[in-house]
Design a protein around this ligand. Structure first.
Ligand code: G4P
Length: 525
């Protein structure tokens, strides 16, 4: 197969949602279709349901599961589908944002009862930064949810994206009858707890066809016709280019738990979702069809087995072909590396692979060479544009509880921050370590892992900062003066960039007045 054919075959995406909307359930149903799993229930939710301080083993177990299901690959209708899993817990949202740099599109799951929720908005904001194409699946139609027109309006308003329904529900809750596919013009009738995988579809080319009476009561037919006419009047015909530019989200309705509407969304996804596209690097655009390999690391996972201290770096291929045992150039370290055991992830198993193509994600065993964002090429010095870091919401100073283990602590915290478990800021003088997170749970993970993987003991001292601001200023002198005056609240991020910790909004407003040329950014560039 030519490189172009390999590329055209691939669809790499993530399923995202606010916790509990149905991401895990939908993922599982897609895997059933792909034959990647045989029975429902095979995919364990990687949500950390317990958040009690003592439940570290639970966290560890969950981490183990999430490694196995980090990438799920299957073939369906001649396409190779790569689903990149994202953590369900909001405290690990940064991990999700980074994973979104490695996909070509997403499916967003929305709960029909709850509508747009907090995490839905945040995730969509990240998708918009990269113009990632989005398909929306409105789930749980078997429950008494919101009016579908109201839901569409809310999606448009809160997510700042145009929508276009491609299917339409006939009632909902206990009276849910099914959906009419506006794109393919067919009717699927809902059956609760159905045993078959595929939905039975009835072709209805014309919504005014008498044939509908064979399947639906008169009042439902009248309502459906009315809704469809309204939709056709309100919305432009579906424009695939607008979808691919990230400006228009096609919307489907269904019930993941009942495996209803899933096939519809999967098959339309395969038809319209983009295959691997050109990607922006620092110096130039990189086309997937380029002969030479390029790609980047978007996630690093420590080995759970304390006897094997290596890590797995998740590498997304962007161009060319990856080959086992071939030397590649590590751009940041200016060093050639080769990989004897690259793995792919098929049906929850890690399998040794000898080659990979654009869109694929492979696991590379790493003994400490990789940081998130690192690039491999065949000699060119390249850096792919990623997702910036966002300001953490909780700040604590890391304290060493065992002076004999300060080296281990140093190494451990550096590696954990390279893995992206939390953000580490260093304050001089004194090499003071400030940890920033979005949730409490991250501190627990750090403490647990430092102790169990590095033999170091730590505690955290809460700091009264409310946000971190990355600083930039054309006037170097002004920046220096500011940094001297605010020395107690200035530190450096992982790349050495200066960061200002503000104690309140007022604090920043005041600083802006005094130093008008300094720009305060809530995300790193
Ligand atoms: P998440 O990954 O987005 O967090 O959601 P997940 O799939 O775990 O689903 C959250 C809950 O919603 C689960 O129930 C799941 O069974 C339920 N659910 C998913 N799809 C549907 C649907 O179409 N209709 C209805 N009524 N419920 C749905 P749970 O009680 O939290 O977990 P479980 O014990 O059933 O696994």
């Amino acid at each position: 197969m030519s490189l172009q054919e390999e590329i055209d075959k691939r669809k790499t995406f993530a399923i995202i949602s606010h916790p509990d909307a149905g991401k895990t359930t939908l993922t599982e149903k897609l895997l059933l279709f792909g034959g990647a799993i045989q029975v429902a229930g095979a995919v364990k939710s990687n949500k950390i349901k317990k958040t009690s301080t003592s439940d570290f083993m639970e966290i560890e177990k969950q981490r183990g599961i999430s490694v196995a299901t980090s990438v799920m690959t299957f073939e369906y209708l001649g396409k190779r589908v790569n689903i990149l899993d994202t953590p369900g817990h909001k405290d690990f949202a940064e991990d999700t944002y980074r994973t979104l740099t490695a996909v070509d599109s997403v499916i967003l799951v929305v709960d029909s009862v709850k509508g747009v929720e907090e995490q839905t908005e945040k995730l969509m904001a990240v998708c918009r930064m990269r113009n990632t194409p989005v398909i929306i699946f409105i789930n749980k139609l078997d429950r008494e949810g919101r009016d579908p027109f109201d839901l569409l309006e809310e999606l448009e308003k809160k997510l700042s994206i145009s929508t276009r329904p491609l299917s339409w529900p006939i009632n909902q809750g206990s009276d849910f009858k099914g959906v009419f596919n506006l794109y393919r013009k067919h009717l699927s009738l809902f059956e609760s707890g159905k045993q078959t995988l595929a939905d039975e579809v009835i072709s209805i080319q014309d919504i005014h066809s008498e044939e509908l009476a064979n399947y639906l009561p008169g009042k439902d037919i009248a309502k459906l016709r009315e809704d469809v006419e309204l939709i056709e009047g309100l919305y432009e015909p579906f424009d695939i280019e607008l979808y691919r530019s990230g400006l228009l989200a096609p919307v489907f309705f269904g019930s993941a738990i009942n495996n209803f509407g899933v096939q519809e969304v999967l098959e339309t996804f395969l038809e319209i979702a983009p295959s691997p596209l050109a990607r922006q690097a620092d110096m130039r655009m990189v086309e997937p069809t380029e002969e030479k390999l390029s790609g980047f690391v978007f996630k690093i996972h420590a080995n759970l087995d304390p006897n094997h201290r290596d890590r797995i770096a998740f590498f997304r291929v962007c161009s060319g072909k990856f080959e086992r045992n071939k030397f590649y150039y590590h751009s940041r370290l200016a060093k050639n590396l080769r990989f004897a055991n690259p793995t792919t992830f098929m049906a929850n198993e890690k399998i040794l692979t000898s080659e990979a193509f654009p869109g694929d994600v492979i696991g590379l065993y790493d003994s400490g060479n990789f940081k998130i964002g690192d690039t491999l090429t065949e000699g060119e010095k390249l850096q792919f544009k990623g997702i910036p870091s966002f300001s953490p919401e909780l700040f604590r100073e890391l304290e060493n509880r065992d002076p004999m283990k300060s080296k281990q602590l140093e190494k451990g915290i550096n590696q954990l921050s390279e893995e992206g478990v939390a953000q580490l800021f260093i304050q001089e003088p004194g090499n003071r370590k400030i940890i920033g997170t979005v949730g409490e749970l991250q501190f627990e993970v750090i403490q647990f892992r430092l102790e169990h993987e590095y033999g170091a003991k730590c505690s955290f001292v809460p700091l009264k900062f409310y946000k971190a601001f990355w600083l930039s200023c054309a006037d170097r002198k002004m920046l220096e003066t500011f940094m001297q005056r605010k020395a107690h609240a200035i530190a450096r991020d992982k790349d050495g960039n200066p960061v200002f910790f503000a104690e309140s909004e007022w604090n920043v407003t005041y600083a802006k007045q005094d130093f008008p040329d300094i720009e305060f950014h809530t995300m790193s560039e």
